[in-house]
Structures are given as C-alpha cells and as structure tokens.
Write a protein that binds this ligand. Structure first.
Ligand code: NAP
Ligand code: GLV
Length: 318
C-alpha cells in the first residue's frame, strides 16, 4: 500500500487514544503522529485537532487543511497565530441528531414542568399543575439557525411547537419565520417563550447571553417567564447575569450544557440553583467512529483535487 502524507493529531483536554484508534483504522495508508518529527516537518499533510497544542500547527510547510473534531471551531481560533490553510468543521448526521435529542429533551422538560414534578416527587406531593399549555401555544426561538438549529427546529415543529430562528445572515424560503441581525433579534425575543442557543462562539457572539439580552426577552408567556437553553458555548453566556435574571424572574429557568469555565467549578451557585439544569458539555458528543471515516474520505478526495466541504469562514469566525 503506497504511503500517503501524515496526519497530525493534536488534542488537549482529554485522552486522544480513541481518535488515534479511529484514524489508524480509517487511514491505514497514513502515519498518525501526535507531534511533528521536528520543526518544519514536511511530511504532515493534514491536522485533526481539538484545542491543539499552541504552536503545533505553525511552520508545517505542506499542511493542506485543519480538521476540527467538533462542530465549533473557537477552540482552534483560541490560538491567535494560525497557518493560512482551510479549516474544516464537523457537519454529520450523528452529531446533529445527538444535539436535536438534547434540545427536544430540554424543551419538553421545561414545557412539561419537569423541575416542578421532580421537586414534588422528592416531597411526595401529588398535585397536577393546571397551567399546562399545549405545544402549539409555545414558541421556541432558535438562536443560531444553522446546521444544528435547523434539525432541532424541524423536530420541535413535528411535536407541535411554533419555531422561529435567528441567524447572522437573512434567510429566504424557510418553512418558519426567521430573523437576522440586531433589529431582528428584538422581533425574535418578543416572540420566543423558550430560547435555545446554538450559536458559535465568535467575537460577535461572545457574551451575548447577558443582562441586556435578558432585558429584551418577552416578559411573560404561556410558561411564565422565558426559558433559556444554551448548548452553544460557555463564552456566549455571563453566568452572574443569568443568576441575577433568575432571581429577578426575567428568566424562569435555564438549562446549561456549556460554561464560562469547564468543568464548572464546584463553588458555582449554578450547581444547586433549583431552576437550573446542568449537563457536562454532553449535548452532542463527537463520536470518532462516526466522524473520522468521512474526514479521511475528505482528505483523500482533496488529494485527488476535489474541493473541501464544510469550510470555516475565517472572517466570520465559524
Ligand atoms: P452553523 O451551521 O455554522 O450555524 C451557526 C448559526 O449561528 C448560523 O445560523 C449562523 O448564521 C448563526 N450565527 C453565527 N454568528 C451569528 C451572529 N453574530 N448573529 C446571529 N447569528 C449568528 O453551526 P452548527 O453546526 O449549527 O453549530 C453551532 C454551534 O453549536 C457550534 O459552533 C458549537 O459551538 C455548538 N456545539 C455544541 C455542542 C455541545 O455538545 N454542546 C456540540 C456541537 C456543537 P448564518 O446562518 O447567517 O451563518
Ligand atoms: C462540541 O462542543 C462541538 O463543537 O462539536
């Protein structure tokens, strides 16, 4: 078997072993290395990264593209000095379906009063809430109506919810009402009873989920105060402002999968707040066996001269 160019696997924050195993299986004709063989290693063609070791991508003269093992690429841009090669992000049914499961789970939990009934069960209280709206009377606003937002929105509509979307660029021909830009955000927030945030973390979205945003949300709706679900990135949210908004009832309840600092520190008041649901950045895990084979297929196709798919727009940051 003719050897192709090497793949550099640079993963920090967790053990890269399962990614290495998947790469070795999908690309038996490429060496998988976790460090360049020296400065300016000419043998590396592609990099597969999650929070790459700082500097590891620089000075590789034949690097053709960087592949993120997540849908988000903020972890790559966190390193300021980056080689000017294409960056490919994950767009895969496996990850999309996992995210939609999380979104539907959390929306239904808030809609069907999961927090209330779990509390009642703990106290052996039998009391049916008379305030159960129908899904058709609840509007779910998807902040970040992109690949993940669209699929989650479709599944929520199948359950009967009204769904609206917000994005950076205006959309046409959508089956739902969509809004764009800052003016559009006002219209969007005036309608949404549950806001699901699936935005990427970029300079434009950093810290968006903060007091001024909560002040613009709908004051009351069929579920009482509005609900926030954030599975985008922790850097989108201001956790002190979320706690203040819960106290002032600008927010009725929140589900957070992502945090300003991960793991969420043990002394965060979010852990024990009765109207906060916490999951440990588990909304949509990247599964190597699902994601690596198409990644390697893209590398081989690119070597044959085909264009790369799912490219990141460096100016937009996602
Ligand atoms: P995507 O397809 O690129 O969609 C992003 C959406 O956000 C697009 O609709 C985009 O608008 C919109 N957007 C970006 N910047 C905006 C801005 N400044 N104002 C308004 N809208 C803006 O990305 P995706 O695949 O859906 O993934 C979204 C994010 O989910 C990822 O970046 C990652 O952070 C997060 N994620 C989290 C987990 C988890 O386990 N918690 C797992 C996977 C992904 P346009 O349509 O106009 O481009
Ligand atoms: C996970 O957070 C991802 O970006 O895929």
């Amino acid at each position: 078997m003719a050897q192709k160019g090497k793949i550099l696997l640079s993963v920090t924050g967790f053990d890269p072993a399962i990614w290495r195993t998947a790469l070795e299986k999908a690309a038996p004709d490429r060496a998988i290395v976790e460090e360049p063989s020296g400065p300016n290693d000419p043998g590396i063609d592609y990099a597969v990264v999650w929070k790459q070791r700082p500097g590891v991508l620089n000075g590789l003269p034949n690097l053709k593209a960087i592949f993120s093992i997540g849908a988000g690429v903020d972890h790559i841009f966190a390193e300021g000095d980056m080689p000017d090669v294409p960056i490919v992000r994950i767009v895969a049914d496996d990850l999309t379906e996992r995210m939609s499961e999380y979104v539907v789970w959390q929306v239904l939990d808030h809609h069907r009063k999961g927090m209330l009934y779990r509390d009642q069960q703990a106290r052996k209280v039998w009391n049916e809430s008379k305030m159960q709206p129908a899904a058709r009377d609840v509007t779910v606003g998807i902040l970040g109506y992109g690949n993940l937002g669209r699929d989650a929105g479709r599944k929520l509509r199948a359950l009967g919810f009204k769904v609206i979307g917000w994005s950076r660029t205006a959309k046409t021909g959508e089956a739902i009402d969509t809004f764009a830009g800052d003016n559009g955000l006002n219209q969007f927030l005036a309608l949404a009873d549950i806001v699901v945030c699936l935005l990427p973390l970029t300079p434009a979205t950093h810290g968006i989920l903060a007091a001024p945003f909560f002040a613009r949300m709908k004051a009351r709706g069929p579920l009482g105060a509005p609900i926030l679900i954030n599975a985008g990135r922790g850097g989108l949210q201001n956790e002190a402002d979320i706690l203040a908004a819960l106290e002032s009832r600008k927010l009725g309840a929140v589900s957070l999968d992502v945090f300003e600092s991960e793991p969420l520190p043990g002394d965060s008041p979010l852990w024990t707040h009765p109207r906060v649901t916490i999951t440990p950045h588990a909304a949509a895990a990247s599964m190597p066996e699902a994601l690596i084979p198409p990644m390697v297929e893209q590398m081989d196709a690119h070597d044959r001269g085909e264009p790369l798919k799912n490219l990141v727009d460096r100016d937009a940051g996602y």
